[in-house]
Design a protein around this ligand. Structure first.
Ligand code: HEC
Length: 106
């Protein structure tokens, strides 16, 4: 049932945004669910850790691109629990991370 609903949502959002759409809002939900245990996923510093880079910090790195994130997230890292993100989840969560990037020059 959840899968069906997810498919429905995916279809609707595809229809609305077009096939290449990235959904940063969905990405934020994924980030909070899957990444928030280790990473600070939002701008507001809820918790800071030296060992794990925050998503805003990752977004700031010049080397971070949609592509580098997709490559990185295709395998697990940092003793992440063994889960696999789908390609669309990777796209959404990458879009979310990149949406945290400040204007250039800051
Ligand atoms: C179990 C803890 C843990 C979880 C869960 C986790 N990470 Fe990480 N992450 C780390 C650690 C530790 C590092 C730094 C060391 C490394 O790169 O392996 C890291 C590094 C990263 C980097 C690379 C930063 C760089 O220096 O290039 C990205 C991007 C990233 N995480 C994204 C995510 C995303 C997206 C999720 C959720 C889908 C996630 N992480 C979940 C622990 C975690």
């Amino acid at each position: 049932m959840r899968v069906l609903f997810g498919l429905l949502v995916a279809c609707v959002s595809l229809a609305v945004h077009g096939a290449a759409a990235q959904d940063a809002g969905e990405g934020e939900r994924i980030a909070r669910q899957w990444c928030g245990n280790c990473h600070q996923v939002a701008r507001d510093p809820v918790r800071a850790s030296d060992a794990v880079p925050s998503f805003p910090a990752i977004a700031q790195m010049p080397s971070t691109t949609q592509m580098s994130l997709a490559a990185f997230l295709s395998s697990s890292h940092g003793q992440m629990p063994d889960y696999a993100l789908t390609r669309s989840e990777i796209r959404d969560v990458s879009a979310y991370i990149l949406s945290l990037r400040d204007r250039p020059g800051r």
